[in-house]
Design a protein around this ligand. Structure first.
Ligand SMILES: Cc1cc2nc3c(=O)[nH]c(=O)nc-3n(C[C@H](O)[C@H](O)[C@H](O)COP(=O)(O)O)c2cc1C
Length: 211
């Protein structure tokens, strides 16, 4: 049986990608589907993923990523975006989908829909931003694991200028805000980080056994 821990050991935050390697379309498709299968709070999926494979745009991203070259070397750059507005219309469209797919009665859905509309009407844009950003982290965590299983290399990145990305990728026009970036591809043979041992706290310092 496959030992997932071996794959997780194999994975590391790549500092240098092989610029000449491309992630196969079938694998990129898998990442898109895995992104969409991520669990989210209430199932509302306040997320979109930009899948960017355009070297001239990637080149511009370097300056917007504090000079981190991974974004131009990588085969694809995944940009995790959050929806800035979660209003009645958005929530209703989710419940419409539940009804369409599961055939659930309005009588069952309506109280839940009303409760969510009420809940979200109390949140200001900072609350929505914070809630949705947590969902984006979950999606990135999910994709990091999927990448490890598929032996696709990746680098999770918080180090970028969100406003700059929003402007360059015209995310504002779509009501989106870039919150995380993840270049994916294949590690360069001379990425010295690939040989580094993992630095982690001891298991007994991070796990609390409560029997
Ligand atoms: C949310 C998050 C943001 C990160 N941002 C960056 C980044 O901007 N640039 C970078 O090179 N590594 C970044 N990292 C990689 C971490 O430094 C790395 O995951 C950590 O040191 C553990 O090493 P490993 O992933 O190679 O096992 C980030 C990791 C996470 C989870």
């Amino acid at each position: 049986m496959r030992d997932i821990l071996k794959d997780l050991e194999w994975r590391y935050a790549v500092k240098k990608f092989n610029s000449n390697s491309t992630v196969e379309e079938a694998k990129v498709d898998k990442l898109k589907k895995a992104f969409n299968l991520t669990a989210t709070s209430y199932g509302l999926q306040p997320l979109k993923l930009v899948v960017l494979a355009n070297k001239s745009v990637q080149k511009k991203l370097v300056a917007l990523s504090y000079g981190q070259e991974q974004v131009v070397q990588a085969s694809h750059v995944l940009v995790f975006c959050i929806e800035k507005k979660i209003d009645d219309k958005y929530i209703k469209s989710y419940f419409h989908k539940v009804k369409e797919i599961r055939g659930t009665d309005d009588a069952v859905l309506e109280p839940y829909q009303q409760a969510l509309i009420k809940e979200f009407s109390k949140k200001d844009s900072a609350d929505i931003n914070s809630w949705a950003t947590k969902q984006a982290y979950l999606a990135m965590g999910n994709l990091l694991t999927v990448c490890a299983l598929e032996h696709i290399d990746a680098c999770p990145m918080e180090g970028f200028n969100s406003e700059g990305y929003n402007k360059l990728l015209k995310l504002d026009d779509r009501g989106l805000n870039a919150v995380l970036v993840m270049p994916v591809g294949y590690r360069a043979e001379d990425d010295i980080f690939s040989a580094f041992k993992k630095v982690r706290r001891n298991l007994e310092d991070t796990i609390i056994e409560w029997n």
